[in-house]
Design a protein around this ligand. Sequence first.
Ligand SMILES: Cc1ncc(COP(=O)(O)O)c(C=O)c1O
Length: 472
Amino acid sequence: MSPDEFRKYAHELVEWMAGYMENVENYPVKSSVSPGEIKGKIPDDPPLHPEPFSALMKDFEEIIMPGITHWQNPNFFAYFPANTSPPSILAEMLVAALGAQCMIWETSPAAAELEEKMMIWLRNMIGLPAHFEGVIQDSASTATLAAILTAREKMTGFTFNDEGAQGTGVCRVYCSEQTHSSVDKAVKISGIGRKNLVKIPVRKDFSMDPDKLKEAIINDKAKGYLPCCVVATIGTTGTTAVDPVKAIGEICSENGIWLHVDAAMAGSALILPEFQWMLDGREFIDSFVFNPHKWLFTNFDCSAYFVRDAASLIKTFEILPEYLKTRTRGKVNDYRDWGVPLGRRFRALKLWSVIRSYGVEELQKKLRYHIQSAARLSEMIAGEKDFEILAPVTICLVCFRYRPTGYDEKQINILNEKLNHQLNDSGKLYLSHTLLDGKYTLRMVTAQTNVTMTHVERAWTAIKETARSLGS
Ligand SMILES: Cc1ncc(COP(=O)(O)O)c(C=O)c1O
C-alpha cells in the first residue's frame, strides 16, 4: 500500500470510526450469530494475489460486523465494561503508526519514561502510598500471576525459580469464595497447585471473613504448610464486595504473608475521595492491580500493577541473554523484567491522552454519574414488590432477580435464566449473571462510557415488562 493509498483509506476509516461511535447505540448490543457462522464465510486458504483494501472493508462490514458484540453501546450492562474514549482511540492510532516494540528502555526511551510517569500519576490519583512503583500489564490476570509468582519466590528464598519445587515446602494461597477465577489460574500455572488455594468463606455482604482467614492460616501452619500470599479484592466480580483490607493486612503482617489486592474494576473509584475508605489498610499492601481498561475510559488493554518492592518483582522475572545487555541497564526501568512477556506495547500513551484530555475532575464526574445511575437503578428495583436486590450496591453494579409470588426457588432460578436470555437475545440490552447463595442473579453494571440515566431507565422498563410477561 503506497503512502497515498494509506492516506486515502485512513481518512475513510476515520469517517467510519466517527460514524460508528455516533451510531453505536443503533447496533444490537449482543451479536446473534450462530457458532461457526463467521468461520463459514471466510475462505480456508489465504489469497495468493493482492486484494484492494476496499474488498477488506466490504467483508469487514458484511462478515465481521454482524459477529461483533458492541461493548461501546450504552445499553451494554453486562460483565464489567471495557471503557474506551476518543482520546484513547486517537492515542492508539499513533501507537499503531509508530509500531514500536517497547521491551527495554533503549527500544523506546519515551515509552518507558512515560510509563513510569503515568504510573506515578495513577498511584497518586488512587491514593496508594509513594513507596509503590507501577508497571502496565496486559490484564489483571497477568498482574495477579506476577504477584503470586513473586510471593512464591520471596517465600522460598528465591529458590523455586531455579530449583523447582524441590524441598521448598508447600506454599498456600488464600482468597475468598467470591474472588475472581484469575487467582485459580495463577496458582495452577505457578506450580503452587490448585489444591493449595484456600477459599475463605464470606460474610453476609460477600466480603472475606478475616476471622476465617486467620483460622485457616493457623491450621495450615500447624500442618507445616507455608502461608505465602493472600489475595484481597476491592470490588469482587460477582457483587463488587470489598474485602476488609486492613483486617486482612494485619493478619498478613503478623504472619509474614504477601498481600495482593485485586481492584480490577473498583480501583478506578479510588480517584473519588468518598471511596478512599476501600483502601483502609493500604500500609499492609505488597501489590495492587486495577484496570483503567475497565472503568477509566482507556482502551483495552491497560492494567496498572503496583508493587511495594520492585526489586523482588524484578528478581522474579529478570533474565539476561546477551542480546538484551545494554549500557543503560540498572539506570533506567527495563519493563521486560517486570512481568511475563518480553515484547511490550506502548500503552502509556493512551493513559496520558485520556488523563490530559479529561483532567482528574472530569474523570471523577463521570465515575460519580455512573455510581449515581446504579443508585437510581437500585431505588427503582427496590420499589417493585416482585423484584429483589441480592447484594449491597457498592459502586456501579446492581445484583437483583425477579421474584414473583407462587414460584419455588428452583422455578425462580429457571425464570430468571430465561429472562436473562430473552433480554440479551433482543439486542436491546445486555446483562450478565452470577449465582449468589444458589440464586440465579442478574447483574447490571452502569459503567459503560456513554451510559445515561435514560438508558438505565429504559433498560429497567424492558426488564420489568419482559419479566412480567414470562411470569404471567
Ligand atoms: C475482580 C476481577 N479481577 C480480575 C479480573 C480479570 O481481569 P482481566 O481481564 O484484566 O484479566 C476481573 C474481570 O472482570 C475481575 O472482575
